[in-house]
Design a protein around this ligand. Sequence first.
Ligand SMILES: Cc1cc2nc3c(=O)[nH]c(=O)nc-3n(C[C@H](O)[C@H](O)[C@H](O)COP(=O)(O)O)c2cc1C
Length: 205
Amino acid sequence: MSTTDQQLSSEEVIRSRHSVRKYQRDVVIPEAEWNEILELALNAPSSWNLQHWRFLTIQEQANKDRLLPIAYNQQQVSDASVNVVVLGDLEANLVAPVVFENATPEIREMMLGQINGAYANNPSLGKDEAIRNASLAAMQLMLAAKAKGYDSVPMGGYNPQALIKEFNIPERYIPVMIISIGKAASPGRASGRLPIEHQVIQESF
Ligand SMILES: Cc1cc2nc3c(=O)[nH]c(=O)nc-3n(C[C@H](O)[C@H](O)[C@H](O)COP(=O)(O)O)c2cc1C
């Protein structure tokens, strides 16, 4: 059990997650709890199990403040306990030998052939896969944080070139989003959703 008094059901976690933009400053998420949150997030599914995400975590105040202007001075970046820059791996096929290390030689060869073939034959696949799969881990990170009593906000509002330069992000990784996580100072505003009929298409357009 964590800082939450009670364990939330998965439905309660989903329903109570709102983007929070005001955080209590100087709250440190205990390391063991943070590791549990990370472990839950990293359990996300991915195509071929290549785990196309990397989390660049920014917890030190000086680094949060380096990130602040890059995120167009969105104050949550400075106030939250941690910012996670969710990166997508553009060359996730290179991880395949590790992922399939314990497979039989036949399966391993088949999977590596399939994966490397797919990456070689489709120039947009690496980027599509990086963003698609890293986004799943990003969502799971926010839900894991909420389950442990922390709030979050995903952000696309930042300058990617400045981020890459300032934090020395290698060319292999593409920034997908930044997620600030911490203890809310005031709750997120309730956000409505479009009607279900607008969002769900049954059987065929
Ligand atoms: C990809 C993405 C980028 C976003 N970028 C920002 C951002 O830069 N700043 C911000 O305050 N909120 C940002 N948001 C949060 C959305 O505004 C928010 O998720 C939406 O209004 C729904 O509200 P809710 O998260 O509280 O349900 C972003 C959300 C997503 C998914």
